[in-house]
Design a protein around this ligand. Structure first.
Ligand code: SF4
Length: 279
């Protein structure tokens, strides 16, 4: 049976969601930072982690943005084939983003790539749609900082580069980012697909909750191995050294062409703002 949802409800939830994520860190990220703080021994790195948590408390209490870069709105929609939206879904998402950024005075960070002229409403968002079975609707939202997106990379490896080549590329990307993408990081990795889909796989990996292991046995081990190697780079929280360069590595993978091995790394910063909206 078909389920109906009004587009207005989606608009309201999108708006409330973007305000929420800009004023308060997700609970899994907060927990990961608290856990890292307990283990970290470098004084300035500890100080940075404490200040990220303090910043979160101040933001929540005063409804002030966690970071001056309130991000590009990235939205991943999983819509059931038996779900009917009354009204336009895309228009509702756009209106929700615009409402949140204007009424909560979040910085509008979208501009023409060559004119550099600000669109003044943080539109357009980046929206990905995926049709699934059933009558559910899930909308993952993210405010993605530009500084960390800038340090992300994509490479078409040779199939013979294998897992070692992938791990080297991910670690090299984080090393090149150094402290300029606001560590500690969440590292999203896409493996496989094609040139156009691998970066989406990497971004989608950033929506996964920290602390939930990869269901694939090989990828699960690879995530732990890469995280360990990254945390030996001594970049650390705020770039002050120590063992907290990254809090998590999340990998998404899908089949690819026999001649290819696409890999993408999407870095997210300590202000990793995302939320899942279920309808
Ligand atoms: S990378 Fe993240 S923490 Fe750094 S300025 Fe951008 S949004 Fe803020």
């Amino acid at each position: 049976m078909t389920r109906n949802i009004k587009a207005e409800l989606i608009e309201r939830r999108i708006s409330a969601g973007f305000k929420r994520i800009n004023f308060s860190l997700p609970s899994d990220l907060k927990k990961a930072i608290e856990g890292a703080l307990k283990k970290e021994s470098v004084f300035l790195a500890k100080f940075t982690l404490e200040n990220i948590l303090k910043n979160n408390r101040i933001s929540g209490k005063n409804r002030l943005p966690l970071c001056q870069d309130c991000g590009l709105a990235v939205i991943y929609v999983e819509i059931g084939e038996d779900m009917k939206i009354r009204g336009s879904l895309t228009a509702a998402i756009n209106r929700g983003v615009e409402e949140a950024y204007s009424s909560a005075f979040l910085r509008k960070s979208v501009c023409g790539p060559l004119t550099r002229k600000n669109t003044k409403n943080n539109l357009p968002p980046v929206i990905h749609y995926n049709f699934v079975k059933g009558d559910s609707l899930k909308i993952h939202i993210m405010s993605k900082g530009g500084g960390s997106d800038n340090k992300s990379r994509l490479k078409m490896l040779n199939p013979s580069d294998g897992l070692e080549g992938i791990i080297d590329f991910v670690c090299e990307t984080v090393k090149k980012a150094g402290s300029s993408a606001c560590p500690p990081y969440i590292v999203g990795v896409g493996i496989g697909g094609s040139f156009d889909t691998v970066s989406f796989l990497a971004k989608k990996a950033l929506f996964r909750k920290i602390g939930t292991g990869n269901r694939d046995k090989i990828l699960n081990k690879t995530e732990r191995d890469i995280l360990e190697r990254i945390n030996r780079l001594n970049i650390g929280a705020g770039g002050f050294g120590g063992m907290t360069t990254a809090l998590a590595v999340h990998i998404n993978s899908e089949p690819c062409h026999i001649a290819s091995l696409p890999v993408a790394v999407n870095i997210n910063c300590h202000s990793a703002r995302s939320l899942l909206l279920k309808f």
